[in-house]
Write a protein that binds this ligand. Sequence first.
Ligand code: AMP
Ligand code: GLY
Length: 423
Amino acid sequence: MKVLIVGSGGREHAIAYCVAKSDKVDKIYCTPGNAGIAEYAECAPIGAMEFEKIVAFAKEKEIDLVIVGMDDPLVGGLVDELEAAGIRAFGPRKNAAILEGSKAFSKDLMKKYNIPTAAYENFTDPDKALAYLETAKFPIVLKADGLALGKGVLICNNLEEAKEGVQTIMLDKKFGSAGNEMVIEEFMTGREVSVLSFVDGNTIKTMTSAQDHKRAGDGDTGLNTGGMGTFSPSPFYTKEVEEFCKNHIFQATVDAMKAEGRPFKGVIFFGLMLTEDGPKVLEYNARFGDPEAQVVLPRMKNDIIEVLEACIDGTLDQVDLQFEDNAAVCVVLASEGYPVKYDKGLPIRGLDEFKKQEGYYCFHAGTKFDGDQIVTNGGRVLGITAKGKDLKEARAHAYAATEWVQFDNKFMRHDIGKAIDEA
Ligand code: AMP
Ligand code: GLY
């Protein structure tokens, strides 16, 4: 079969790696893709939000399955448009992708169906938000309702900061229309765990757990980023935690979406915080996490196409989802200055080493070809991933492999997976 992947990051590269392993697949396309994905796929320069062009491309190439990796096109309804044109697509429809697309929606859903999450209020009127803050407890968390590249969350330590936050999100519209509505929620503390899952509208099968490192600098300092590295599994996601989440969060979310007339088919990413009062949902995403996908997918034993088709066909209950009994760590190589300002177009050397070594992966996040040379083309450039028998070995392998690759202004965190030493 012919498969089209929509997206251009490390997540889509990890998806492409799995799709390329499937016996069912003869040809892979990617829009727009990147220089790493080009190893497996024919890349076409069509943006992920150019729906008409994507539909036309899928028709022209007689694509059997489109996999939409990114949040923006999912929330914008790309899956609906593909389906309307008779093209099979993996990912939630627009009315289900709202689970990620609107934080106000997801908070109301959790409240209505008793799914554990931080206490909150939604606001569309900045004056009412400001009045609410006058009597609030600090720290407190402000969240722009819509998609904001993972940057629409502000943790405010006092009233002053919170007032500035309302100004930033709702009045200055720093995150655009994402700030038309805002969630104000209770500040929680605890370890964070990401659990990705496959969902077919009724059945949910969770993948192995992972943890992301969102801040730019060592020791969780600096600005929030799209993610500077991940490890999988999380030693903090114990059997007990898993049991609680199975009973109160995972199936409850799928059932809630169905009950609302918004059946969810695709990947639900549960961003969880393990608080003293038990696990609570920080956020939902409607797609694979990035860089979580880079440590989760290489450990998956199943043929990815079989799993994705089961989600579309509603037969996920018949899939025995299995992961390797090992560990993986991903260290992101970024460009100095990320996430604010950084150079692009810098030549990358040493990439061939990954072709020689089993269990090592170099997932491209922001790269492109400049003639025959692969150059940097984004803040996050590469996700260097390695497996090991346990997390410590995987981490040692991943950091060793970061040395194989060279480009000017190469920047990384040195403490990805350090928390596992405390487990
Ligand atoms: P989100 O996009 O909702 O996952 O938020 C991004 C990050 O902000 C999370 O990964 C947490 O580190 C932090 N965060 C979000 N909500 C809360 C909360 N209620 N309490 C504490 N930290 C939070
Ligand atoms: N790594 C977090 C995300 O994909 O949103």
